[in-house]
Ligand binder design. Structure first.
Ligand code: SAH
Length: 348
């Protein structure tokens, strides 16, 4: 695999261009071109310079293989291929308050959550910072955005992979995507979802990237959590809650708990009351999600009625909670489902 030019920061591009004996304004052209989602062969530089770049760097590290649109037109799902042939996926969602994109941080995942399709084949490899960034710049361009008027206003790191299992690359990506003068998506418009890798939460709070932290909780006791999430054997819910408090203290940002309702597992009244007790008085919000059933897994979603009751119990206890809209389920919108189907030879 060649190197990835999108891995470099603006400063690193400037020093590379200088070392290659080219003028400084070329560096700015390259940086802006990449941020606009262009491939190297489309950058506005001399063909000799382009050739030199292409000898060392991938022309287009993240290529769109296919795009699927949901029947209501609100969601688009992208299947991307990487330079080594690996596949990842991303989702673009239209909202009144600004469109969001869901990005992947790893090829596959090794966290092993029982309800999730991303983890079916284990972890293949980490994505580099540039491979994560190129998902955003490419989709922004394809959706008709540019650097002044972005089509992608919000980002969620909720695609395949565990962001805190790929810490260095994810932090570098976040620094590049929030940098002024580039695509410049503000930290306040970014959410990062983690299964709760506690030491990394402490480390991340001091990075100066005050994004919205979302914790995949999905259970109210450690014992129950261990049944669906292997990471629960390593970090307890109380350790996670302490880390969330430290995150709030450092950043002033309210945090989110994601809670996927799985029938017979975590969705009855006792669970709702216990969840409320656990979270009472915390500066947090609960995102309830109806399980997107994965055909390779046996877990079943709570019914609509059960889900509404769960929400009502939380509200009665004064907990701020909403349902996360399930978007694009007709096109394999849930984590890893599109890639899993594609690898299995099936078409959505
Ligand atoms: N690894 C990170 C981010 C990726 S998953 C994490 O664990 O948070 C993004 C969210 O979708 C997580 O809350 C995850 O638990 C949830 N999720 C995964 N598979 C799901 C499914 N089949 N149905 C509903 N939610 C799912």
């Amino acid at each position: 695999m060649k190197e990835i030019l999108q891995d470099l920061t603006r400063e690193e591009i400037f020093s590379l261009v200088e070392r290659m004996g080219e003028k400084k304004f070329r560096a700015e052209q390259i940086y802006l071109g990449l941020m606009q989602g262009k491939k190297i062969s489309a950058l506005p530089v001399s063909s000799a310079f382009r050739e030199k770049l292409l000898e060392r760097f991938e022309d287009e590290p993240v290529k769109v293989v296919e795009k699927f649109s949901s029947s209501d037109g609100e969601t688009e799902k992208f299947l991307f291929s990487l330079s080594d042939g690996n596949l990842i996926e991303g989702v673009f969602m239209r909202h009144d308050y600004g469109n969001s994109q869901c990005v992947s941080t790893q090829v596959g995942c090794r966290m092993g959550c029982k309800f999730c399709a991303s983890t079916l084949g284990g972890l293949k490899r980490n994505l580099t910072a540039g491979e994560i960034l190129a998902q955003v710049t490419t989709v922004n361009r394809l959706e008709g955005g540019n650097l002044k008027n972005r089509a992608v206003k919000n980002l969620v790191l909720m695609g395949s992979g565990e962001p805190f299992d790929n810490y260095e690359n994810v932090v570098k990506f976040l620094k590049n995507v929030t940098a002024e003068g580039g695509i410049n998506i503000g930290a306040r418009n970014i959410s990062l979802s983690t299964c709760g890798i506690v030491p990394e939460i402490y480390k991340f709070k001091d990075e100066g990237i005050p994004l919205t932290l979302a914790i995949s909780l999905h259970a109210v006791t450690d014992e129950e959590r261990r049944r669906t999430m292997p990471i629960a054997a390593k970090y307890s819910i109380s350790e996670i809650l302490k880390a969330c408090s430290a995150y709030f203290e450092a950043t002033g940002r309210r945090y989110i708990f994601e809670y996927t309702l799985i029938t017979g597992e975590n969705s009855d009244e006792d669970h709702a009351r216990a969840l409320a007790k656990l979270l009472k008085g915390r500066p947090c919000h609960v995102n309830l999600i109806k399980l997107n059933e994965v055909k390779e897994r046996t877990l079943l979603s709570a019914s609509d009625q059960e889900a509404q009751r769960f929400l009502k119990f939380l509200e009665e206890e004064g907990i701020s909670a909403t349902f996360r809209r399930s978007m694009g389920s007709d096109i394999g919108g849930a984590c890893g489902q599109l890639r899993a189907r594609f690898l299995g030879g099936e078409r959505p």
